[in-house]
Design a protein around this ligand. Structure first.
Ligand SMILES: *[C@@H]1O[C@H](CO)[C@@H](O)[C@H](O)[C@H]1NC(C)=O
Ligand SMILES: *[C@@H]1O[C@H](CO)[C@@H](O)[C@H](O)[C@H]1NC(C)=O
Length: 469
């Protein structure tokens, strides 16, 4: 494996791989966020962050020229006869965040648009990482802490996923261009659609999808643990830890990667399914959505707490705040499941009641693995994506589509089983946009005023009762 080298290193003669180009300057959009101390959100300090677009979305061309190294879903075989030569021959470009990718920031708000069309074509979705310097991903240890943000999902419907999550990416990224160019992604699907992994291309054995011009799968995959704080649209949302045998970046090969991109989904070293809390899937169908308890037509604050026992992650807890009032997660309405937070016994229970044939979350370390991942430091990811493999039905519809929707765990949301086809979404909802803002991080109780939000919730309840009487 190649060593990690920063763009500024001057080691002559070493095949470093994956350099930055000079056609388009790379200027990360600024995104301010806050760290908090004390209690009640009263002592929060602004942090000058910035976001970087993942490398996979970027223009990749032959060094010093304009010839594409990768077009559509295929590599140029002359420039990329093998992984090492490809990394040497090709360079990765700076991004026009707004013009090419529909990514904008303003103060503490990040906006991601589903499709953006410029002179060169249409870009679909995007994935960005929070940085604390131009060359390093900001690192978060979530243990004993609370992560809070506001989100507007009102403009993303069935099949879209405006996601906010953490993965164990290397702090400085990978390859010569490194984090500055959004290199080094990994997650619990051990993605094999990455063009570069650990400083080398993924061109050898790459299979462009015959029917989908935006899909290609390589022989190499990038695994690491993943904490999905928020996978959501205006119909459904899920909170999901995913474990891994090794929590930090680990390369995998071919079918042994498992996950979405492999025939044998469970053949890898990470948990592709996770232990998810999706209220609808847990039988509470009036909790989240248009006009429901958490009303997705309006912005909301999402608070997630990571509680420990004896230094290890023991519980993942969620609060929503909308119009100043707190909303707790509901008790599940499926017989045999109790508890409105994620713990190891809760996951064990759900796995049994849903009669899952597999339990990869546990097989790859469960909550202990997630705890180790947090202690190792994680990178914040925000993305807007559509799902070329399962049309996002696992989030917002009946899945598997041929299963009995009345069986526990099958219905996940109100979307029809024929929704979420990416080609349809591109045509029907090109301007769909998700907005994340007001990111806050600090010890439990530091990012928001729970007592005040509880008081407001009581007042609203009383008002409603009076109106009825
Ligand atoms: C592939 O790259 C080579 C240079 O390495 C270039 O001459 C050729 O035109 C490229 N082919 C395509 C189809 O872009
Ligand atoms: C190509 O994509 C379609 C859906 O977009 C999928 O069903 C099929 O399995 C993919 N083929 C390969 C070889 O990945």
């Amino acid at each position: 494996m190649l060593p990690l080298l920063a763009a500024t290193s001057v080691l002559v003669g070493l095949a470093r791989g994956q350099a930055a180009g000079s056609e388009e300057p790379e200027q990360h959009p600024a995104l301010s966020w806050q760290t908090c101390t004390g209690t009640g959100g009263a002592s929060c300090t602004d942090q000058a962050g910035e976001v970087v677009l993942d490398a996979n979305w970027r223009w990749l061309h032959v060094k010093g020229g304009y010839t594409n190294c990768y077009t559509g879903n295929a590599w140029n075989e002359t420039a990329c006869p093998d992984n090492a030569a490809c990394a040497e021959n090709c360079e990765i470009e700076g991004a026009d965040y707004e013009g090419t990718y529909g990514i904008t920031t303003s103060g503490s708000e990040l906006s991601l648009r589903y499709t953006t069309t410029d002179d060169y074509g249409t870009s679909i979705g995007s994935r960005v990482y929070l940085m604390d310097s131009p060359t390093t991903y900001a690192q978060f240890n979530l243990l004993d802490n609370e992560f809070t943000f506001d989100v507007d999902v009102s403009q993303i419907g069935c099949g879209l996923n405006g996601a906010l999550y953490f993965v164990n990416m290397p702090v400085e990224g990978q390859g010569e261009a490194g984090a500055e160019y959004g290199l080094g992604y990994c997650d619990s699907q051990c993605p094999r659609d990455l063009k570069f992994i650990d400083g080398l291309a993924n061109a050898e054995g790459w299979v462009p999808n015959e029917t989908d011009e935006n899909v290609g799968v390589g022989n190499r995959g990038a695994c690491c643990a993943e904490m999905d704080i928020w996978e959501a649209n205006s119909i459904s949302t899920a909170l999901t830890p995913h474990s891994c045998d090794t929590v930090t970046f680990t390369e995998c090969e071919g079918e042994s990667c498992g996950g979405t991109y492999s025939e044998d989904r469970y053949g890898g070293t990470c948990d592709p399914n996770g232990c998810d809390f999706n209220a609808y899937r847990l039988g509470v169908r009036d909790f989240y959505g248009d006009g429901k308890t958490v009303d997705t037509t309006q912005p909301m604050t999402v608070v997630t707490q990571f509680l420990t026992e004896g230094g290890t992650l023991s519980e993942i807890k969620r609060y929503y705040v909308q119009n100043g009032a707190v909303i707790e997660l509901p008790e599940p309405a499926v017989e045999g499941i109790t508890g409105n937070s994620i713990t190891q016994p809760w996951c064990d229970n759900v796995n049994q009641v849903f009669a899952e044939e597999v339990y990869p979350f546990n097989d790859h370390g469960g909550m202990q693995s997630m705890s180790d991942a947090m202690a190792a430091g994680m990178t914040l990811v925000m993305s807007l994506w559509s799902d070329n493999y399962a049309n996002m039905l696992w989030l917002d519809s009946t899945y598997p589509v041929d299963a009995d929707p009345e069986a526990p765990g099958v219905a996940r949301g109100e979307c029809p089983t024929d929704s979420g086809v990416p080609a349809d979404l591109v045509e029907q909802f090109p301007d769909a946009t998700v907005k994340f803002s007001n990111i806050k991080f600090g010890p439990i109780g530091s990012t928001f005023d729970l007592p005040a939000a509880q008081k407001k919730a009581r007042e609203l309840k009383e008002q409603k009762a009076k109106a009825k009487a």
